[in-house]
Design a protein around this ligand. Structure first.
Ligand SMILES: [Zn+2]
Length: 205
């Protein structure tokens, strides 16, 4: 079942997720619906608060797709490729976070906006899988970034909260005033942001 993905400034996105005591059939069904919703939205991760459920549950699948649309491990890091995806993770907790990286993030709850966010390069995350069994995921690459992004949602935090005050307020005001850009406007915005960064980099060099 496809679920509705809440968008900023929906207050439900600000609620903290509650730890689950055990993985009940209802929670397992929720995780399956979240995976279906994530694929339907072409997302690579989804957290329960994004579908209005205040529980500590995230789902992810960062694998790229081949020409036939099948998931592949091509282009993934060795660690990332070794993790079986899609991932269902209840009560995720970061045990180790090492080194720094940056990535241009987006979010299904803030569609059309893409900004560079600082994250740890390597993480080890403990949690429970879809069957309630303890698991540890050790990874870097996009999967590590995505894990940190989704875990932020469980704290009621969005990637736009991690930007500079100026950038963050500008985006929030724009959404509150004008709503979300169309898919076309969003694509344009994304390529313009790339150009700006490229120009800034060239100037710096
Ligand atoms: Zn998100």
């Amino acid at each position: 079942m496809i679920l509705e993905v809440l968008k900023y400034p929906d207050a439900r996105l600000r609620r903290k997720g509650e730890k689950v005591a055990s993985v009940t059939p209802e929670l397992k069904a929720l995780s399956e619906n979240m995976i279906e919703t994530m694929y339907d939205e072409n997302g690579i991760g989804l957290a329960a608060p994004q579908v209005g459920e205040s529980v500590r549950l995230i789902v992810l699948d960062t694998r790229p797709h081949d020409d036939e649309g099948k998931p592949t491990t091509e282009g993934l890091t060795e660690l990332e490729a070794a993790v079986q995806q899609p991932i269902v993770l209840f009560n995720p907790e970061i045990a180790v976070a090492k080194d720094k990286t940056q990535y241009e993030e987006g979010c299904l709850s803030v569609p059309g906006f893409f900004e560079t966010v600082d994250r740890a390069l390597y993480v080890e995350v403990n949690g429970l899988d879809a069957n309630g069994q303890p698991v540890t995921i050790k990874t870097d690459g996009l999967l590590a970034i995505c894990l940190q992004h989704e875990m932020d949602h469980l704290e009621g935090k969005l990637f736009i909260d991690r930007l500079s005050f100026l950038k963050s307020s500008k985006i929030k005001k724009r959404i509150e005033k004008h709503g979300y850009p169309t898919a076309e406007e969003a694509a344009e915005e994304r390529s313009e942001a790339r150009e700006r960064r490229k120009a800034a980099k060239e100037t710096a060099e």
